[in-house]
Design a protein around this ligand. Structure first.
Ligand SMILES: NC(=O)C1=CN([C@@H]2O[C@H](COP(=O)(O)OP(=O)(O)OC[C@H]3O[C@@H](n4cnc5c(N)ncnc54)[C@H](OP(=O)(O)O)[C@@H]3O)[C@@H](O)[C@H]2O)[C@@H](O)CC1
Ligand SMILES: Nc1ncnc2c1ncn2[C@@H]1O[C@H](COP(=O)(O)OP(=O)(O)O)[C@@H](O)[C@H]1O
Ligand SMILES: [K+]
Length: 516
């Protein structure tokens, strides 16, 4: 799969394996990397008055020397500024020797208007915060056009964290695969457009490293995306149960219900306390309404209607009784359908999360997706949230392992992680989603996909991607009520893609394996 995300350490292993396996040597790869960056600059910025190439002491700097030589050969006005000389015998030292331009000391560098700046200071090897001098240069270039080689210097490729300060790139050209720092915030914000260049390392060499992380694109889950069969009927297409809150908080559950219905669940039942029945009835048409005040009434519904998934949390109130009710349901219901816990269904376990985790690890526990935003994550996993050294990716993985559930760790850089450690980082998030109730719709979309038989990790990934894609297509002015209907263009493109995937399967390409 060509959508793996590699940590800098994994990338170094891939580089080494490629060099050892041949036919390309380290300097060949560096030439290819430099070619990719130079070609992009010639394509996009050939009219620039000048190109200033800033080179560091390692192989990132080596790429910079190649870029400088190529652009100069192509007739551009190039100046080179270097910090430190490459280590004798390194590929970067070869590249520096081959470069026809004499480097000037980086300390003398002052950006000029009209120049394009190539940041080839540090990439995967960034090991400490930028010095004061480099912070000054990063700051001085912040309003200029910067093309970053591999990563903007100062961005941690592993975590996306900024070490001291970072260059703000218009375009980042990285090699072979993206790194977490290209997708996780704040790094993503410093990368600008990210271009992944092929420098001659084959997919097999990458696959052999066994990265357990992908970028969340349809390629990661389209093989599991549900499509109705010709003989489907409403309940076989997927039946979702959504728990409604009390009379003052019913909207959240209705948003989830509409999300589930629009993503293709054939039937959605809103389980409503009797006090909320009238208000829910006044707002619902195709969604089925069922009164349920007690655990017995809920269990009777589960027994009689056998829904395929449940949404528990939006609008329920974060008091302890919401959690107690869920635990009782988990203890009593045999073969509970898959479950999406969101919002109050998470917050109700603040201070006692192990009660939930124990229940989810028990034999016969349902497949569960937890979809916390930052605050809910902190309530359920305070120690993991407080770890300053690990990335959002690693936090989501640790939370999934501990809870036994798939985690959708929401935010502008949503991470989805399975208890196995397999994870995806979402790249299509949009601030248009920062609107009240959009998370409720997401929980419904996820439950709708689960009800249609999508495995939990893939359902979570698909829900996150489709949710953001719908928002992007709808555009400014979006509110949560718009989201279910806004899903239609997204689904209309996904279904033919699913069909094409089926044909690939018929012609021998293996169907996607579940990663959950
Ligand atoms: N053959 C290959 O593998 C290929 C590699 N490729 C390219 O190589 C890049 C990785 O190269 P790399 O491993 O040499 O690391 P790089 O980013 O140059 O930094 C290391 C140097 O910087 C120094 N340093 C670090 N942080 C610092 C700071 N804050 N302030 C000051 N100094 C700092 C660090 O010092 P040290 O930590 O040792 O003290 C060391 O000297 C990768 O991003 C890609 O562009 C491509 O050509 C494709 C083929
Ligand atoms: N700035 C942003 N960029 C991208 N996605 C965002 C942003 N802010 C919020 N989101 C997304 O919007 C949704 C908000 O969910 P949540 O915080 O639970 O809101 P609510 O409780 O109001 O429904 C999540 O899917 C989150 O990832
Ligand atoms: K760089």
């Amino acid at each position: 799969m060509a959508h793996e995300i590699l940590t800098p350490a994994e990338m170094a292993l891939v580089d080494r394996a490629a060099i050892e396996g041949g036919p390309l040597s380290g300097i060949d790869l560096m030439h290819n990397a430099g070619h990719a960056v130079a070609a992009l600059i010639l394509e996009r910025f050939s009219g620039a008055a000048k190109v200033d190439v800033l080179c560091g002491p390692g192989n990132n700097g080596g790429d910079g020397y190649v870029v400088a030589g190529l652009l100069s050969d192509a007739g551009m006005n190039v100046a080179l500024y270097a910090q430190g000389r490459p280590r004798v015998g390194s590929d970067a030292a070869i590249a520096a020797r081959e470069c026809p331009i004499q480097p000037q000391p980086l300390a003398d560098y002052e950006p000029e208007a009209g120049s394009v700046i190539v940041d080839a200071l540090f990439g995967a090897g960034l090991s400490k915060p930028l010095s004061h001098e480099l912070c000054r240069i990063a700051e001085a270039t912040s309003s200029r056009t910067v093309v970053a080689v591999d990563l903007p210097s100062g961005v941690s490729g592993e975590t996306g964290v900024i070490l001291g300060a970072a260059f703000r790139a218009a375009i980042t050209v990285t090699f072979t695969r993206k790194k977490p720092g290209h997708l996780l915030l704040p790094g993503r914000d410093f990368c600008g457009e990210v271009v992944v260049a092929d420098i001659g390392i084959g997919d097999r060499t990458v696959a052999a490293i066994g990265s357990a992380c992908v970028e969340n694109t349809p390629a990661a889950w389209i093989g599991h995306f549900p499509a109705p069969n010709i003989n489907s009927y409403k309940y076989s297409r997927g039946h979702v149960g959504v728990f409604s809150g009390g009379p003052a908080a019913t909207g959240a559950a209705r948003l989830a219900a509409m999300g589930a219905a629009r993503i293709g669940a054939g039937a959605v039942t809103l389980l409503s306390p009797s006090a909320s029945t009238a208000i829910n009835a006044a707002h619902l048409t195709s969604i089925i309404l069922r009164e349920a005040d007690t655990l017995e009434e809920v269990l009777a519904f589960l027994e009689a209607r056998r829904p395929h998934s449940l949404v528990y949390g939006p609008g329920l109130g974060a008091e302890a009784d919401a959690g107690d009710f869920l635990l009782a349901m988990l203890a009593k219901a045999g073969g509970l359908p898959s479950l999406v816990l969101d919002a109050d269904g998470l917050s109700t376990f603040a201070g006692r999360p192990e009660l939930l985790f124990d229940a989810l690890h028990r034999d016969g526990a349902p497949a569960t997706v937890l979809s916390p935003h930052e605050g809910e994550f902190r309530r359920l996993f305070p120690d993991i949230a407080g770890e300053s050294q690990i990335s959002k990716l690693e936090k989501a993985r640790a939370a999934a392992k501990r809870s036994g559930a798939v985690i959708i760790y929401k935010g502008p850089d949503t991470v989805i992680a399975a208890p196995s450690g397999y994870a995806a980082i979402n790249g299509n998030g949009t601030p248009l989603l920062a609107t009240a109730g959009s998370g409720d719709v997401l929980s419904g979309i996820c439950a709708g996909l689960l009800a249609q038989g999508m495995p939990p990790f893939e359902a979570a990934c698909a829900a996150v991607w489709a949710h953001a894609d719908a928002a992007l297509r709808f555009g400014p002015g979006l509110i949560a009520e718009d989201l279910p209907l806004a899903l239609l263009p997204t689904i209309r493109e996904l279904l033919p893609a699913r069909q094409a995937e089926r044909w690939n399967t018929v012609f021998g390409k293996p169907d996607a394996q579940t990663k959950g």
